[in-house]
Write a protein that binds this ligand. Structure first.
Ligand code: GLN
Length: 312
């Protein structure tokens, strides 16, 4: 293994310790009541190389729900099920600069489609494209895909989080009904939302995120099993969205300071990667104003600086 790996093993505990202080600057998401139960001071990380060897730090066993991180993989699955033409008739390719659950710009992209598949409106549109005869079958198909990519058959939905989100999702409901009115969603709106809440509620650890990221880092091939799981073109699309929209309306700042494709979620997870080298999973439930993990962003920034990982 290279010298970077050795330095990681030696230095990671100290870097995690330093970044942990930033958990104090953030707030755990509370708009989904069940998420508010997460502890403020958690910070965990796992880095995985192409042989499946890992370096872990902090609270790497902490379990959290994927939330918006799941949107990267439902996008890829929708592309696999329906192809580019159908997917991009439902969502655009541009960042919004607005909050992830904003309703402001829904009318602006012709013909009234969400700007991109990583904001809530776009991800709900993507959820409607999943193959399967009913919401249960669609959800099962998504879960099976996540399990395949994570190489973990035990991945499962956290039903308490699912229920909590569904009970309080007034804004997502209004986005979805608006999309229905614009003709973007076909089928029953509540069914589509149920699929969306389900994939957001899949529970994982940093190690699962690192494993999933490793597949993206290798353009759709799992290097450990030497198995192609998704077409290279669709991974390219997903990684491009991760750069431009993956950290919500802080994606420009993250690209500037870190320079890696990444996707965050409101439970505090961040999935990122060093293309061709490592998959990385981070969790820190305390979030900044834009909805990204305060300590997680700090830790990834530190690593990127130390190892000169920026793609730019
Ligand atoms: N399930 C969350 C929601 O719809 C996902 C949002 C996120 O992680 N930013 O609000």
């Amino acid at each position: 293994q290279d010298s970077a790996w050795g330095k990681l093993q030696t230095m990671l505990p100290q870097w995690v310790h330093e970044s942990k202080a930033y958990t104090e600057d953030g707030q755990v998401a509370a708009y989904i009541p069940e998420l508010a139960r997460a502890p403020q001071n958690v910070l965990g990380i796992c880095l995985m190389d192409a042989a499946g060897d890992t370096v872990v730090g902090g609270d790497h066993d902490f379990r959290f729900t994927l939330q918006s991180i799941s949107k990267v993989f439902t996008l890829i699955l929708a592309l696999m099920d329906r192809g580019e033409e159908v997917v991009f008739s439902k969502v655009g390719m541009e960042p919004t600069g607005d909050d992830f659950n904003s309703m402001l710009k829904l009318e602006l992209v012709e013909p009234g489609i969400p700007f991109n598949p990583l904001i809530n409106a776009g991800a709900i549109a993507i959820s409607s494209l999943m193959a399967g005869s009913d919401p249960a079958a669609q959800t099962q198909r998504i879960l099976q895909f996540f399990r395949d990519v994570a190489d973990n058959p035990t991945l499962a939905i956290n039903h308490a989080v699912h229920r909590s989100e569904s009970d309080t999702a007034h804004r997502n409901r209004s986005l979805a009904y608006f999309l229905k009115d614009n003709g973007v969603l076909s089928g029953d709106v509540e069914d589509v939302l149920d699929v969306y809440f389900s994939h957001c509620s899949v529970e994982a650890t940093c190690t699962d995120l690192a494993r999933m990221a490793l597949v993206l880092a290798n353009n759709g091939v799992d290097p450990i099993r030497n198995l192609r799981l998704m077409p290279r073109r669709y991974v390219q699309i997903a990684k491009t969205f991760m750069i431009t929209c993956g950290m919500y309306n802080a994606s420009g700042e993250f690209a500037m300071n870190v320079g890696l494709p990444a996707k965050s979620g409101v439970s505090g997870g961040i999935l990122t990667m060093v293309p061709g080298q490592y998959g990385i999973g981070v969790v820190g439930p305390a979030l900044n104003r834009k909805g990204n993990s305060t300590a997680g962003v700090h830790l990834i920034g530190k690593l990127s600086q130390e190892f000169d990982w920026s793609l730019f």
